[in-house]
Design a protein around this ligand. Structure first.
Ligand SMILES: Cc1cc2nc3c(=O)[nH]c(=O)nc-3n(C[C@H](O)[C@H](O)[C@H](O)COP(=O)(O)O)c2cc1C
Length: 367
């Protein structure tokens, strides 16, 4: 029996297997509205047989977008556009759908990576980014505005409103983005948070905004639907956010009803020294898993079915997430099931592709 293809529940949400499609920004929205690209992209991934698809970082307010083309869920128009896409996706796939709710903080107002990723000035369609403190990512970057308490309250409310919209769209799970140097991570890290109010200084204060937002989202999202958090386990910079603090935050989140911790790393500082290699973030997931009883998702250069299986059987994580590997091979879960002697859901339209050597690989979609 493959562990990768064994079921698991996140909160009360049952997943058929432990393969998660990691959130991936597409920079393809129109003023926050999902487009035909999202219909194609999400539709494709929803046929992959993964246990869970997490929709890309989705801005809770327009100023929280990384680029002007980020997906959003901040008003009726953006809700309607995503709803239209998801209606089509749902018609052909019963895969549970999550959404990552995000605010870009000081990394907002840039151009899409394939245009260079540079900062956009207001006259180029950009806007003034905000952060816990007026410290830019690079010394030479434009300085973000330090958030006032009023703006912090508005951002909390924006997360609440987006969570309510996500529920209305029938989305099964919310992931709060507290990783990769975006707003919540900026509050967590002592490198980017120099505040002297209740949101800065001690670990308790730096994690306050993440916890407040988690609790508020948890409160308004139906109890049977899970809310999880993605963190960067370390800044990879001495004196920054680190594994010890991540373990402490994970424990506090678990006590507050967090359904899972999704363990990534980095993205906060240009000084980061990352040793990248297969499964390079798995050891962080393993340490966090030792400290909490809620499921832990490992991510980062997990590309081989046997590698994924080993991460789970060695108890380093409870689920694995793939990002680039799913773009490169959107039927990765089919091939993994074939390799590991498991079965996977596939749409009837594609059943004739089942290789004779693995007869019985495909099972009909449920529901
Ligand atoms: C195209 C692309 C877009 C991404 N967008 C997001 C995002 O929206 N939110 C997020 O937390 N991580 C994002 N990431 C990071 C991935 O979710 C993942 O953590 C990272 O790529 C490492 O996993 P991998 O080695 O399987 O690609 C993105 C990665 C890629 C390649």
């Amino acid at each position: 029996m493959s562990r990768l293809f064994s079921p698991i529940t996140l909160g009360k949400l049952p997943l058929e297997n432990r393969i998660v499609i990691a959130p991936m920004c597409q920079y393809s929205a129109d003023h926050g509205k999902a487009t035909a690209w999202h219909r194609i992209h999400l539709g494709n991934l929803a046929l992959s047989g993964a246990g869970l698809l997490i929709i890309e970082a989705t801005a809770v307010e327009a100023a929280g977008r990384i680029t002007p083309e980020d997906l959003g869920l901040w008003n009726d128009t953006t809700e309607q556009a995503l709803g239209d896409v998801l209606k089509d996706v749902r018609k052909y796939s019963a895969m549970p759908l999550g959404i990552q709710l995000a605010h870009a903080g000081r990394k907002a107002s840039t151009e899409a990576p394939w245009h260079g990723g540079g900062f956009l000035q207001p006259e180029e369609g950009g806007w003034q980014p905000s952060a816990p403190s007026a410290i830019p990512f690079n010394d030479t970057d434009r300085h973000p505005l330090a958030l006032t308490k009023e703006r912090i309250e508005e951002i909390k409310q924006a997360f609440i409103d987006s969570a309510i919209r996500a529920d209305r769209l029938g989305i099964d799970l919310i992931e709060i983005h507290a990783a990769h140097g975006y707003l919540l991570h900026e509050f967590l890290s002592p490198l980017s948070n120099l505040r002297d109010d209740e949101y800065g200084g001690s670990l308790e204060n730096r994690q306050r905004l993440t916890l407040d937002i988690f609790r508020e989202v948890r409160r308004v999202f139906p109890a049977h639907k899970p809310v999880g958090v993605r963190i960067s386990a370390t800044d990879w910079v001495a004196g920054g956010w680190d594994l010890e603090q991540s373990v402490a935050l994970s424990k506090t989140l678990a006590e507050a009803g967090c359904a899972y911790i999704h363990v990534s790393s980095g993205g906060l500082s240009p000084q980061q020294k990352i040793s990248v290699g297969p499964g390079y973030q798995v050891p962080f997931a393993a340490e966090i898993k030792k400290a909490v009883t809620i499921p832990v998702i490992a991510v980062g250069l997990i590309t081989e079915p046997e590698q994924a299986e080993a991460i789970l059987t060695e108890q380093q994580a409870d689920l694995v997430a793939l990002a680039r590997g799913m773009l490169y091979n959107p039927r990765w879960p089919w091939h993994a099931a074939a390799n590991l002697g498991a079965t996977v859901h596939a749409p009837e339209q594609y059943w004739r592709s089942e290789p004779s050597a693995v007869k019985g690989l495909f099972t009909p979609k449920k529901g």
